[in-house]
Ligand binder design. Structure first.
Ligand SMILES: [Zn+2]
Ligand SMILES: [Zn+2]
Length: 140
């Protein structure tokens, strides 16, 4: 049966092969400094947005999943675009009703409301952004 609820957010990968819709509130977002998030994002930290699994639907493409047991013992499956490799979302065996969207794959990343950070003991020294660094609106 078609979900008639209003689409609240859309997003997708870099190449456009994977597209999704969100029909519910985007929950709180968290920065994660853990080593797994660093690897899978290729960045200093991940920013994930908590959503209800029932509100999330892939409407184009087939994200590929990679499952790994986290340090917490929880098995996480990270889904990404099989064409361009962009990380899209993470599912947790322990909390099957919840997904964690990568904030940067939202069409409007401004919807993410960061409320906390975790695994700061793994934070890389340069990941705290120094606001006094020279800044450029576009490329340097
Ligand atoms: Zn892609
Ligand atoms: Zn993490």
């Amino acid at each position: 049966m078609a979900d008639e609820r209003k689409i609240r957010a859309t997003g997708g990968c870099l190449c456009g092969a994977v597209r999704y819709e969100l029909r519910g509130e985007a929950g709180p977002a968290g920065y994660c400094h853990c080593a797994d998030c660093r690897r899978c994002t290729g960045s200093a930290f991940n920013i994930s947005v908590r959503v209800e699994a029932r509100d999330f639907r892939v409407v184009h493409g087939n994200p590929k999943g990679f499952t790994k047991t986290a340090d917490s013992g929880n098995r996480l499956t990270r889904y990404f675009c099989p064409e361009c490799g962009s990380p899209i979302y993470t599912a947790s065996e322990r909390h099957p009703d919840t997904y964690y969207l990568k904030a940067g794959c939202l069409d409007d990343p401004g919807l993410a409301r960061p409320t906390h950070q975790s695994w700061t003991k793994s934070r890389v020294p340069w990941s705290a952004i120094d606001r006094t660094l020279p800044s450029f609106d576009r490329e340097t």
